[in-house]
Design a binder for this molecule. Sequence first.
Ligand SMILES: *Cc1c(COP(=O)(O)O)cnc(C)c1O
Length: 409
Amino acid sequence: MQLSEQNTYTIQGIDPIRLTETYGSPLYVYDGATIRRKVAELQHAFSGVNMKIKFACKANTNLSILRLMREIGVELDVVSPGEFEMGKLAGYEGNQITFTPSGVPFSEVKTAVEAGAIVNVDSLPLLEWFGQTYGNTKPCLIRIKPNVAAGGNIKIMTAHADSKFGISVLLLDQILEIVKKYDIKIIGLHQHTGSDIKDAEPFLQVADILFETAKHFPDLEIIDLGGGFKVSYLPGDAVTDMELLGNKISERFKNFCSEYGRELQLWFEPGKFLVSESGYLLVTTTVVKEDPARNFVHVDSGLNHLIRPMMYGSYHHILNVSNPSGEEKPYNVVGYICETDTFATDRNLPEVRQGDTLAFLNAGAYGFSMSSNYNARFRPAEVLVDNGQEKLIRRRENLEDLLTSQEGL
Ligand SMILES: *Cc1c(COP(=O)(O)O)cnc(C)c1O
């Protein structure tokens, strides 16, 4: 969102307040230009190697976002059959989709593999089953748990020793035994460290572990280093220096490939990095409550629409779109849910009045995709602004949507 010379906020020249008038409030809005810019940034940083981006689409599964990704050469990483189907609906071929399950029933893996997806095997029992079922007829990747702790907080770390994800690198002998027994075709090694990782160091550390492990697998085509790049949450925030990370990892990767004796593909599966900053949750102030303890700003939304602050304590920058030059005051910005749903505590905002439009930033990843109907509330509409045009990409829900699967009406 840009602040114009007239001191009004716009998204590609479009007035966000007008969007809430047209499509209703609250409203998710995505800026396609930001998505294109982030993809280009990642591609540029790794232009020296054969790099592929697999969008971790659990961050945002709107079909129009998936189609935009497909148009700009980004493939998909999915974690469920539902996401796989959405990928297909968005026009992806099965083999452009990686299925990275976490302890799912083998039937789900079977469906995905038979529809052409490449699976990231995340446990020894699954590897055993995969070998028994497919022998060497279907390729797969192995998700390694490197036992490295990195990321924004413990809830979003996925590669430390206590994490449920992947097969511990300490079990390499058992992995190799099963691979040998069934002659399984391992074409890649994968790991995903966690989320909100700013520095190159953890990526280099896990890359080295995968490179070392790779020596035991002669048929590799892919090294997949996962996602988790840190994005900006407030102006001037420290973020992953993509150029630096790209240079450092590319250099190591090239050395590895020459030792390994073959040019491999380097895969990443960013979610947040590609879409977080593109999204805004626009809400309207319902009540400003001047309590002796605090000034509360209630908005027409809650943890049902954006759960990240309550789930992870995550920070969402807030703009008062209706009053950019108002005098700053501290507020607790809270939702309308009957449960404590605080978006921000003691946050300085330009004076907030009833009816003002506020914008929560970084709402493009794990916003709508984590939303619910708690309190029998409808989920918001979603709008994509791309090439200067706005497009409704999901209508707002209604009572019928809440009742459609209930029996006994
Ligand atoms: C969630 C997830 C990602 C994406 O993480 P971000 O922090 O959004 O980049 C990548 N890979 C896997 C396997 C994931 O589960």
